[in-house]
Design a protein around this ligand. Structure first.
Ligand code: CP
Ligand code: NVA
Length: 300
């Protein structure tokens, strides 16, 4: 049994296996064929402490398309660590379902779930990381540069412009695992903490994008940081992905964003809707990448 708490817990071969599986499942689906019901009779409990569109829909739809089902629980129903201890929630769910996916404020709650559940626990975003997003991100890069072949990503350069946050951390780690160069430009005070050794941390967004194969954006203000909004927006004023910044990027560079986007803040409409944008195929890849991961994790 394996949990999916962090990309760091997986080898390049294991990550590639999920990506290749995701690619095959998508091909089958795009050809109008149903996927094999490899998760028949499997149920995933999904627990949310924060809002979600892509993660909620892609996990639930992914389970359905693989022959399984999902039970979705909101924070106010469960009260993780409040109404009931995290360990007790894990013990109860572990006796009823085959996997637990959770979006939490505190990453340590995922670790506690994993310790006590007896079934695989999946990170659907925490304060530390967003590994399910990272899988879809590299799947989108594969579509662009080396369809179906994770090994073909070696040597690609992915600059992230913005906050050293959960999404950046998982992306940095998956880049390291798959042999890509990861550069992050953040204002002083908002650097990526706990970055893998090969990540390049700088402050200048223009030099970050110089050799880009894909420029990556995320919100400057993550869920739960609303109280810091004013200060952060001021600090990140020069970190918007716009046409002026992309003028300094390689001509072939595409643009990724995990979404939701705050248009006109971290990214302009012109870039989001422009020819370099891959943000909607990237969002759709959440479904396929999740299916690859769920098939590997839960069908054992
Ligand atoms: N990118 C992402 O995780 O989106 P949601 O917050 O809508 O799930
Ligand atoms: N960094 C963002 C990602 C949203 C998908 C957040 O944590 O809110």
């Amino acid at each position: 049994m394996k949990h999916f708490l962090s990309i760091a817990d997986f080898t390049a071969a294991e990550i590639s296996d999920m990506l290749v599986r995701a690619h095959a499942l998508r091909q089958e689906r795009n050809a109008g064929r149903a996927n094999e019901p490899v998760l028949a009779d499997k149920t995933l409990a999904m627990l949310f402490e924060k809002p979600s569109l892509r993660t909620r829909v892609s996990f639930e739809q992914g389970m359905n398309e693989l022959g399984g089902r999902a039970v979705v629980l909101g924070q106010h129903e469960v009260g993780l660590g409040e109404r009931e201890s995290v360990a007790d929630v894990a013990r109860v769910l572990g006796g009823m379902v085959h996997g637990i996916a959770a979006r939490v404020f505190k990453h340590e709650h995922l670790e506690q779930l994993a310790e006590h559940a007896g079934v695989p626990v999946i990170n659907m975003l925490s304060d530390q990381s967003h590994p399910a997003q990272a899988l879809a991100d590299v799947m989108t890069l594969m579509d662009e540069f080396c369809p179906g072949d994770p090994g073909g990503l070696k040597g690609r350069t992915v600059p992230f412009v913005g906050d050293g946050n959960n999404v950046a951390r998982s992306l940095a780690v998956i880049c390291e695992k798959l042999g890509m160069r990861f550069v992050i430009a953040s204002p002083t005070g908002y650097e990526l903490a706990g970055a893998p050794a090969n990540a390049e941390l700088i402050t200048d967004p223009h030099s970050a994008v110089a050799d880009a194969d894909a420029v990556y954006a995320d919100t400057f203000v993550s869920m739960g940081e609303e109280g810091e909004k004013e200060t952060k927006l001021e600090a990140f004023a020069d970190y918007q992905i716009n046409d002026a910044l992309l003028a300094d990027a390689s001509t072939h560079a595409v643009v990724l964003h995990c979404l939701p986007a705050y248009r006109g803040v971290e990214i302009t409409d012109a870039v989001m809707d422009g020819p370099r944008s891959r943000v909607f195929p990237q969002a759709h890849n959440r479904l396929h990448a999740q299916k690859g991961m769920l098939a590997v994790l839960l069908s054992q």
